[in-house]
Design a binder for this molecule. Sequence first.
Ligand SMILES: *Cc1c(COP(=O)(O)O)cnc(C)c1O
Length: 415
Amino acid sequence: MNPAHYKDGELHVEGVPLSRIAAEIGTPCYVYSRAALTEAYLAFTAAFDGHPHLVCYAVKANSNLAILDLFSRLGSGFDIVSGGELERVIAAGGDPSKIVFSGVGKSEREIRSALEAGILCLNVESESELERIDRIAGELGTRAPVSLRVNPDVDAGTHPYIATGLNQSKFGIPYAAAPGLYDKARTLRHVRIDGIDCHIGSQLTELEPIAEALEKIRDLVERLARDGLTLKHIDVGGGIGIRYQNEAPPTIRDYARVVLGAFDTRKYKLLFEPGRMLVGNAGLLLTRIEYLKKGADRNFAIVDAAMNDLIRPALYEAWHDIQPVREGGRPDTYDIVGPVCETGDFLARGRRLAANEGDLLAIMSAGAYGMSMASNYNTRPRAAEVMVDDDQLYVVREREQVHDLIVREHRLPAR
Ligand SMILES: *Cc1c(COP(=O)(O)O)cnc(C)c1O
């Protein structure tokens, strides 16, 4: 569902005109649609209706408390990658017993707080981490629920920075080493082996690599069962892509067919870690044109949002659709750029657009890996975030102030 539509010549999110948001909250501002978030979650879980499963929303895609709260109320669990995300989920009212913890570098403190909170499972990414978890669980007098994250060595066919399932990637336990590490885990007194996990990348637009990875995981699960180790759950990760431009990602139904074809859900509960798919198209970044500038060989629309607000174009050369908030006018071709002092600070290049100084633009599909990757580069306070619910508007993150940025810094003592 695209939450934005034109009414009377003006772009709205649900029942709220974007000009109202700009007037009340200012720009740049992230705008999310409660209806679109809800619909994305419900469509995902409905595809696995009748099969025991738990959706663990990948918090890093968008970690705003209101979004975590919304998914939690819908019954979601969470996939976290840091102690900070654990605190966020708890602050948002999420249920710790529905949290899985992924990531290659879990610190002592993070493991300890996850065990104290009583999370569902730690997805273990190395032998050293397994030993660390066993020791900490022993100190706490408990048994840590673990899965091994296995790297199936398949090419997910996505941008190299977000491909995680190849042998050269830092993620997961090499496929060939997994049986040996399961054997070792069985000898440890303070871990309980609950499952297996894999996640081969993000923005996946093909089903074949997913099917290939899941087949390898199934072979491993069957081998473990023959050796007398029966797992409780299979975590198939996240990564289904969304449409930014003209991609044709698999539908959730097609994805479900592949997953349900691979595993017997009477024996194993399925866990999912979708991020982008639940939030990406439910959000946009609202920005205002400060200046139009004729360069020597191209036209620039210089807007008040920048790479610090949305780094995907600079980082992955990602494409985001740009829509004018008011329709009409004579189009020309522009690069949409921010105020940051980097040539990489562009949001879109070579777009046909009717643009005037002062106009509002919507940068579409910005709900995932937008605000959660924002920085303060160039001492730019981070944008506000709002949630639209029908004709209601809720500020879910106030605009940062420069004071917030410098308050923990200190000048040198006088001498
Ligand atoms: C980032 C990540 C996800 C979510 O990926 P999406 O492409 O946003 O669905 C899921 N699991 C793990 C382990 C991740 O690192």
